[in-house]
Design a protein around this ligand. Structure first.
Ligand SMILES: NC(=O)c1ccc[n+]([C@@H]2O[C@H](COP(=O)([O-])OP(=O)(O)OC[C@H]3O[C@@H](n4cnc5c(N)ncnc54)[C@H](O)[C@@H]3O)[C@@H](O)[C@H]2O)c1
Length: 446
């Protein structure tokens, strides 16, 4: 990927169309949230692009501009929203049904939300078993479906006068599948589309349509979608940025906050048992063992890479890591996560930590959709393409270059993201090296 110092970044002029395959709880909480923030009805809490600041230069200089003022990000007033869903409900109805945002807030946004109607979806029942909608496309082949999506994207862009577009999958979690022969090269994948290979999932058809058009694309769910060689090849050819998958919210966010702390203090971890109850449609879909398997694999990967049991076998070598999700309708979108962590201290003495997180799934995910849309658009305008490791911050499964492990530690991820922004602007990277290592008075205080 072409990361250069002080690169020319095209201005964020004109409208950015944000297209979401899947307009359920997360999708509508994101859209309604941006509309509410635009009207000054609520603050953009949880969004690094809107509330985050970035330190420049020495600590003594106290220069901390807002990220949104530092790099040219598109303004919220210039965002337009669209998407696809297997249910025909407009964004107002879908948001009301999702039950995340309160009725009085949705009422104030009603007209704008009602105007956002999903386009018919590319859908295949075998990939999401517990979902039964009929707002779906018909087509002669999977390639034909991809062409129809490209037409949808072009029409949306024309109708809304978009200068640029980004896509973020906010659809249901598809069943777990390993890549097969059709995923190994672009040629094989396109041939697979033409003969409607059963190994090609609907989410991959969306990804193909976006990347073919050179539109940055991210996958909010844990299923296989852009993370295989054919898509990497397509992204390279069309010079399109791609990134990781499965929004890092809730329990996994807590894990990647806590685990780096244990490791920093060399506290051992004998076991980490995590269980969740949630009652939204996502929970219902994850009640299918095959969809849960996609989630489980994504959630389990996190601890091993942070704690490095191979490097620290005495502390983390025999760790038991268990993750459960149970569908429990009364809880709705307000997921409850429990963690029991068995840690060890000095001389191997055992201790326990219990975390009970009563969270709101879509409230945690919506700002990530916003940041990803804005940063992927920035990446495209900066000429970055292929895997964007600096966006690992947002993912349970960060995309990474071949031959290296993904970075899961939230704090390293944030440093990486901010240093990438400094690098793009040609500013000095912050290394935190202490002033005591410099001779002269005027040497930098890091
Ligand atoms: N909320 C979080 O904290 C969080 C975190 C990580 C990942 N996710 C993932 O984000 C996704 C969305 O979560 P949600 O709570 O909004 O779920 P949801 O069930 O409310 O919404 C998903 C929507 O996608 C639609 N859909 C499914 N297949 C589709 C297809 N092929 N094309 C178009 N639309 C399709 C469904 O009809 C539904 O409306 C899920 O995969 C979930 O696992 C959510």
């Amino acid at each position: 990927m072409g990361l250069e110092k002080n690169v020319d970044i095209a201005p964020a002029a004109g409208r950015l169309g944000v297209l979401l395959p899947g307009m359920g709880a997360v999708g509508t909480t994101f859209i309604a949230g941006v509309l509410a923030i635009r009207k000054g009805l609520a603050p953009p809490v949880g969004s690094l692009s809107q509330m985050g600041r970035i330190r420049l230069g020495k600590r003594s200089e106290a220069t901390n501009p807002r990220i949104a003022d530092y790099v040219p990000l598109v303004g919220l007033d210039d965002l337009v929203f669209g998407g696809w869903d297997v249910y025909p409900d407009d964004a107002y109805v879908a948001a009301s049904r999702a039950g995340v945002l309160e009725g009085h807030l949705l009422e104030q946004l009603g007209g704008d939300l009602r105007a956002i109607r999903p386009m018919p979806a590319v859908f295949e029942q075998s990939y999401v078993r517990n979902l039964h909608g009929d707002h779906v496309k018909a087509g002669a082949s999977k390639m034909d479906m991809a062409d129809q999506l490209a037409e949808d994207i072009g029409r949306f862009s024309d109708e809304h006068g978009c200068e640029r577009l980004v896509g973020v999958w906010c659809g249901s979690t598809e069943v777990y599948r390993e890549p097969t022969a059709v995923h190994q090269s672009l040629e094989a994948f396109e041939e697979g589309l033409r003969r409607s290979s059963p190994d090609i999932a609907p989410s991959q058809i969306y990804a193909y349509a976006f990347l073919k058009l050179g539109i940055p694309y991210a996958n909010g769910a844990p299923n296989l979608s852009v993370d295989f060689p054919a898509m990497a090849e397509l992204a390279r050819r069309t010079r399109t940025p791609i990134t990781g998958k499965d929004f890092k919210t809730g329990q996994t966010l807590m894990k990647t906050i806590l685990a780096p702390g244990f490791k920093a203090r060399l506290l051992g971890v004998e076991g980490w048992y995590s269980t969740n109850i949630l009652g939204n449609r996502d929970g219902e879909v994850l009640d299918d063992p095959e969809s849960f398997k996609s989630k489980e694999v994504s959630k389990l990967g996190v601890l091993d890479t942070i704690l490095q049991p191979d490097v620290y076998p005495g502390l983390y070598g025999d760790m038991a890591h268990v993750v459960r999700i149970n569908y429990y309708p009364p809880r709705g979108d307000n997921k409850e996560g429990w963690d029991n962590i068995d840690i060890t201290g000095w001389l191997g003495y055992p201790m326990q930590i219990k975390v009970n997180f009563l969270c709101r799934d879509s409230i945690l995910a919506a700002p990530l959709v916003l940041d990803l849309a804005l940063f992927l658009d920035l990446a495209k305008r900066a000429g970055l393409h292929g895997i964007q490791e600096w966006l690992s911050f947002y993912w349970k499964s960060p995309a990474h270059a071949e031959g290296v492990y993904p970075e899961h530690d939230l704090f390293i991820q944030l440093t990486k993201l901010k240093n990438t922004l400094r690098h793009l602007k040609g500013d000095e990277l912050i290394t935190h090296l202490g002033a005591e290592y410099y001779d002269g008075d005027d040497e930098p205080d890091r």
